[in-house]
Design a protein around this ligand. Sequence first.
Ligand SMILES: [Zn+2]
Length: 491
Amino acid sequence: MMTVMTAIVAAFAAWLAAFGEQAPGTSTQPAPPPVRRALPQVTQEFIAVDAPVVALQHVRVIDGTGAPASDDQTIVIEGATIKAIGPSRAVTTPAGARVLDLSGRSVMPGWVAMHEHLFYTGPTGQGRVAGAPEYYPTMVYSFPRLYLAAGVTSMRTAGSMEPYADLEVKRYIDAGRIPGPKMHLTGPYLQGPGAYLLQLHALESPEEAAKMVNYWADLGFTSFKAYTQITRAQLGAAIRAAHARKLKVTGHLCSVTFREAADLGIDSLEHGISASTDFVPGKKPDECPAPVGNEGNPEIDSPQIRDLIKYLVNKKVAVDSTLPVSEAGVPGRLSEMPRFWDVLSPLAQADYRVARSRADQGGAARLRRSMDFEVAFVKAGGTLIAGLDPTGNGGAIAGFGDQREVELLVEAGFTPLEAIHIQTENGANFLGEGARIGTLKVGKAADITVVKGDPSRTIADVENVEFVFKDGKGYDPKKLIDSVKGMVGSR
Ligand SMILES: [Zn+2]
């Protein structure tokens, strides 16, 4: 009996030690010198490269600034930080470093993805059921792994259905208890009356909007998202409360126009032109006109849209591109990759098959229009950031969708280097994290994605991820993806 108890106590102490804590009364010895501590086993098993010093030799560097790629470079990582980058012949690899010969590979900064969620459409197995309230479950298990596997090392959650769950997922990841990206939490949606999702609270007053912002900001949420039915007064109150704390507000708008939101001081607009109601004839203030579409909207190259773009640029309002969620509804463009089907749960597969059969004939024109708007916006000096939005008909999912976003930016008309810059440095600067992440530079966090091939020429090579370094530890993307087979839609 005693030996069993002793074993249990020892196991408990070891478990605590794994989290850097000490069991009460187990030791009064002076602290040992610091050692590189392994993460808890459940995370450690996904790490393929873990050494105090790592040298990535003979690699093509795409640094995230938009500068041309540099061939045959060596990057030295020490601990969690980039210690050196330069031509392989000039950079000395420290003795004892773990050396990876990465000839034929390219590296990019870990992506800073800006319209991510931990939730996904709630599959029924029968597609959308008439009369069934919409409910989006949170993928606490599968999505953090899929984001990281795709090369997303930092993400903004851009609206939460289960804010406490999002908060705990972030804490678990930061403690190394589960693998996943660094998370920048966005609060629960700021929505007016008429929400179609059960999990959204309908604000009743501007005061309540400010109260909600302050409550979640106190818990560590760093941004807020206004939604389709919010009133101008509620949005204004939320923006004032957030800005007083140096936090940002974004919006997937409808009841409030882009121009009105810019006047109220909003920081960014989600989904680009597809969410604008600025040109809907007869639009009533504070009301979301239905149905919302681009029909009747002016051409991207019209004076009206050019004026709107100029207005947003002058007010320093960023636009967040979310092309994959639009693409998923376009006939003939739906995702057919085996890796996509492999991770969906049986119910989610069934729902997505139904959704494919209902693909929207007008979708292709709308997707092209969104692309054209984003290119025009950047040409006019606007800041474009990027994400995927894993909602819609279920065809855009964490990680894979972020890779697709970068490919679609290239289809829109950006060069591969520009697209990667949008997905890395622009996001980091928008988050106020530009000094730490977003480009490959000495002194910055060693958040680095290694891919086979050369995405500076062939953008689809962003899918060939071999390692994802987060804070200097190299994760194995295949293992991460294999660990969530059949789970998306479930957890
Ligand atoms: Zn969204």
